[in-house]
Design a protein around this ligand. Structure first.
Ligand SMILES: C[S@@+](CC[C@H](N)C(=O)[O-])C[C@H]1O[C@@H](n2cnc3c(N)ncnc32)[C@H](O)[C@@H]1O
Length: 399
C-alpha cells in the first residue's frame, strides 16, 4: 500500500484508498500498451486524432454559446476535463484550440485555464505529462506537429485516476467536459460471450443482455456524475463508439472487409497452429459496448438537469487505409500491414490475453503469433483492411 501511495504521489493522481478495490477490478478492463512515458498510444492511434478533429467545430461552437456567463461558484479559472484521455496526445491540439477560444470569447487574453486529465489508475500517466510538457512531440495522422496548450501560458494541469463511472471532481466545478472514444468501456467485464464465437456484443445476432444492461447502468452513472460536476451552463461533449442506424460499427462499415472477421480468422488460426485449445478459441469477450443513439437518449431522459443540445452519428474513415489507397505511403504490402495492425492492437491486446488459460507463461508469444496472423492477412490485400471509426457525437448542457 505504501508503494501504491508513493506511485500516486509521483504521478499526481487524486484517489482515496477505500476506492482501491474498485479501481483494481476496473483496471483489468482496459490495459494500456507500451512502456509508460513513451507515448506509444498516440504514436499508434492516428485515427483518434481525426475523430477529435471531427468534433472540434462542435466543441468550439459550444464554448462561444457559453459566454457571456458568470461562473456561479469558484475562481475565475475555466476548468476543462478530458475523460478517458489515455496518454493525452490525441486531444492536445483540441485543448489548445479550446484555450484560445475561451480567451477570445471571454475577452480575457490571459484567462487561467485548468486541464483535468482523467483516466484509469493504470493509465500511462508519465506519457500524459511528457506530452503536455512537450517532452515528447505529438504528430497527427498526416505528420503535422500538434501544439501543447501549456505553451500558451496560464494553463494548469491535473490528473485524476478514479474512473469516469464515478464523480471525479467537486460539484459544479467543471465548465466543459469532453470524452473521446472511451466511455464504451464497461466498469466490469460481464464476459457473457465466453464459450461463443462472437467476440463483441455488437456482433451478436440476438442482444448480449449482460453487456447491454451493464452499459445502461454505466451510462446512468456517467451522466449522474457529470451532471454533478458541471457548472450551470457547462457542457459535456461525449464522442463514443456506437452501432449506427445502418448497423455499422468500429471496423465494420461499407468499406473493405470487417476487422472483426479478420480478428476471428487470425484467432481461429492459432488453434490450427496448435497454440490455443477450444476453450481459449471461444474465450474472447470484449468488456465494452457500442451504444445506439436510442440507448444514450433513454439514459439522459432520467437526468433532468442535462439537456441534449445535439446528437449525430459519424463515420471517420481509417486514415491508414485512406493513405494506402491514395498510393502516397510508398510502402510495400507488408510494411502497410505492420503499420496498420498496431492501431487495432492498442485497445484489444489485453482482452485477447484474458482469453488465454490462467497460468500460461507463453501468453505474449501466443499473442505475437496472433498479430502475425492478422498482418499476414492484411498483407494479402492491404486496401481492404482498415478500421473505420463509427461514433455518436452528443452535446449535453447542464441546466
Ligand atoms: C481508445 S482510448 C481513447 C483515448 C483518447 N480519449 C482518444 O480519443 O484518443 C480509451 C481510454 O479510455 C480509458 N478508460 C477505459 N475505462 C475507463 C474508466 N472506467 N475510467 C477512466 N478511463 C477509462 C482507457 O484507459 C483508455 O485510455
Amino acid at each position: 500500500m505504501v508503494k501504491f501511495s508513493l506511485l500516486l504521489a509521483q504521478i499526481g493522481v487524486i484517489l482515496t484508498l477505500n476506492e482501491f478495490d474498485v479501481v483494481q477490478s476496473m483496471s483489468r478492463v482496459h490495459v494500456p500498451v507500451g512502456n509508460d512515458g513513451d507515448g506509444q498510444y498516440s504514436a499508434a492511434t492516428k485515427g483518434c486524432f481525426d475523430v477529435i478533429q471531427a468534433a472540434s467545430p462542435l466543441v468550439l461552437d459550444e464554448i462561444s454559446k457559453q459566454y457571456p456567463q458568470q461562473r456561479s461558484t469558484g475562481s475565475n479559472a475555466y476548468h476543462i476535463a478530458d475523460y478517458g484521455t489515455a496518454d493525452a496526445g490525441t486531444s492536445l491540439g483540441l485543448l489548445s484550440k479550446m484555450v484560445k477560444q475561451i480567451r477570445r470569447i471571454s475577452g480575457v487574453e490571459d484567462k487561467e485555464v485548468v486541464l483535468h486529465y482523467e483516466d484509469q489508475l493504470t493509465n500511462e500517466w508519465k506519457s500524459v505529462f511528457n506530452h503536455v510538457l512537450g517532452n515528447i512531440e505529438v504528430r497527427d495522422a498526416y505528420d503535422n506537429l500538434v501544439e501543447s496548450p501549456m505553451g500558451l501560458g496560464n494553463v494548469f494541469v491535473e490528473a485524476c485516476g478514479v474512473t469516469f463511472h464515478k464523480q471525479c471532481y467537486p460539484s459544479e466545478s467543471i465548465d466543459f467536459g469532453v470524452s473521446f472514444t472511451a466511455m464504451h468501456w464497461l466498469s466490469t467485464s460481464p464476459a457473457s460471450l465466453k464459450g461463443t464465437p462472437a467476440m463483441h456484443a455488437v456482433r451478436c445476432l440476438s442482444p448480449a443482455v449482460e453487456e447491454r444492461d451493464q452499459a445502461a447502468h454505466d451510462w446512468s452513472c456517467i451522466l449522474e456524475a457529470r451532471s454533478k460536476e458541471l457548472v450551470k451552463g457547462g457542457r459535456f461533449v461525449c464522442v463514443n463508439f456506437c452501432c449506427s442506424e445502418e448497423g455499422y460499427f468500429l471496423g465494420q462499415t461499407d468499406s473493405g472487409v470487417s476487422m472483426w472477421d479478420s480478428f476471428e480468422a487470425s484467432w481461429n488460426k492459432l488453434k490450427e497452429q496448435g497454440l490455443i485449445d477450444e476453450d481459449e478459441r471461444l474465450g474472447v469477450s470484449f468488456p465494452s459496448y457500442y451504444r445506439k443513439n436510442s440507448e444514450l437518449l433513454e439514459g439522459i431522459a432520467n437526468v433532468p438537469s442535462l439537456r441534449v443540445s445535439s446528437i449525430a452519428e459519424k463515420i471517420v474513415r481509417c486514415p491508414y487505409r485512406e493513405l494506402w489507397r491514395s498510393g502516397k505511403t510508398g510502402m510495400t504490402a507488408r510494411q502497410y500491414a505492420e503499420w496498420f495492425v498496431p492501431t487495432t492492437r492498442t485497445w484489444s491486446h489485453s482482452t485477447f490475453k484474458e482469453a488465454l488459460r490462467e497460468g500460461r507463461e507463453d501468453k505474449e508469444e501466443v499473442l505475437e503469433q496472433f498479430w502475425e496472423n492478422y498482418m499476414d492477412l492484411v498483407e494479402l490485400d492491404p486496401s481492404s483492411h482498415g478500421m473505420d471509426y463509427v461514433h455518436n457525437y452528443i452535446v449535453l448542457e447542464k441546466l
